[in-house]
Design a protein around this ligand. Structure first.
Ligand code: FNR
Length: 361
């Protein structure tokens, strides 16, 4: 392989070479049999195009807005933990790349850099992802710190009452996370004799009793709009909307939680239909090509979020690598739009794709 990758998938191999096995496996792995991990990618491959010809595509405009914030393309950086395992500059490098690409970064609760460090390092639009911890006060303090530091929305991840069984981490005895934002707030000795210390830490901190009423609680501690991340059904989408959330992220946590959850692209449309255009629906999981992004938009997503490829870019080439990942996806999306006859993202419609369920198209 040439040292300069030509697509996002090639960064995975560069990251494998750059990282200690424990860290690469942590980024790369999914839960249990990793069925959903494969499906997240494979399900995109089963969707084909219905391109339109003889449309003037001299100018392609990929720009859009997410919660009213303009971005250069319908691509966001998904919240992923512990970027310093990939690169010494950690989340600061990722945020700078987001700013350079004029895209939005969702920063993870489980970051190795503080919200203050990230906020002062660049002017990217940033959302802050959080869990509901057993210690509600810790969640509240962090959310409020994010708000004070100019983060524009809270992304509440709801698919993690307990951490999924990630067998590579168990085998590798994955280290406990160094969560910079929790310093001085929480000290937990995650004890785990023969397994993942990260999983032991999560078992100590995540609250399995958190439920729908905690959305009201979250709203009582922040004025920021709340997106709910981890919805996979129409039922839950409707509940979230009834509670007044600002948006929904269709996500299975990159297949790291419940194995045999559906590939996100296969349930996106169910959620989009339930939401009926009242609030934006984002989607993540398995997006590796501009064609994948086009497919998600055709099925009703406002934008997609990118998880692992960003980490692989960061591991391989730091801030530049993250930038290249986003730029490659943008370039591919632009070409896909041109070849499908869609000069703007608004031109991308359901009738531009054929899924395995569309028998009569
Ligand atoms: C994640 N994800 C995640 N989600 C979240 O809400 N908070 C978090 O801290 C993390 N951490 C995390 C770490 C790593 C290493 C991965 C791979 C993923 C899930 C993430 O936001 C997103 O849903 C998926 O990564 C999307 O799938 P792809 O793009 O990785 O296939």
């Amino acid at each position: 392989m040439a040292s300069e990758p030509v697509n996002v998938n090639e960064f995975q191999e560069l990251a494998r070479r750059a990282l200690p096995k424990m860290y690469f496996d942590f980024y790369n792995g999914g839960a249990e049999d990793q069925h959903t991990l494969r499906e997240n990618v494979d399900a995109f491959r089963r969707i084909t195009f219905r391109p339109r010809v003889l449309v003037d595509v001299r100018r392609i405009d990929m720009s859009t807005t997410i919660l009213g914030y303009p971005t250069s393309a319908p691509i966001m950086i998904a919240p992923t933990g512990m970027h310093r395992l990939a690169h010494p500059e950690g989340e600061v490098a990722t945020a700078r790349a987001a700013a350079a690409c004029n895209t939005i970064m969702a920063m993870s609760f489980s970051a190795n850099c503080t919200v203050e460090e990230v906020a002062s390092s660049c002017n990217a639009v940033r959302f802050f992802q959080t869990y509901v911890y057993k210690r509600r006060d810790v969640t509240a303090v962090l959310v409020q710190r994010a708000e004070r530091n100019g983060f524009k929305a809270i992304m509440l991840t709801v698919d993690t009452p307990r951490i999924g069984r990630r067998e590579a981490d168990i085998k590798n005895k994955m280290i406990a996370p160094q969560l910079k934002n929790l310093e001085g707030l929480l000290s937990i000795e995650a004890v785990s004799d023969n397994g993942s210390k990260l999983a032991a830490f999560a078992a100590e901190t995540h609250d399995p009793s958190r439920c729908w009423k905690d959305i009201d609680w979250l709203r009582s501690v922040t004025g920021l709009p709340i997106l709910v991340k981890g919805v996979l059904t129409a039922e839950d989408a409707i509940k979230a909307m009834e509670l007044g959330v600002a948006g929904i992220v269709v996500s299975n946590h990159g297949a790291r939680q419940l194995d045999y959850s559906p590939a996100t692209i296969t349930v996106l449309e169910e959620v989009v239909r339930a939401v009926g255009g009242k609030i934006p629906v984002l989607c993540d999981g398995g997006v590796r090509r501009g064609t994948d992004i086009f497919k998600a938009l055709a099925l009703g997503a406002q934008a997609v979020m990118i998880g692992r490829p960003v980490l692989y870019g960061l591991a391989a080439k730091g801030e530049y690598g993250v930038r290249r990942v986003i730029e490659m996806l943008k370039d591919e999306l632009e070409l896909t739009m041109a070849l499908s006859g869609c000069p703007t993202v608004k031109d991308i419609t359901r009738s531009h794709v054929r899924t395995e369920y569309d028998r009569f198209n």
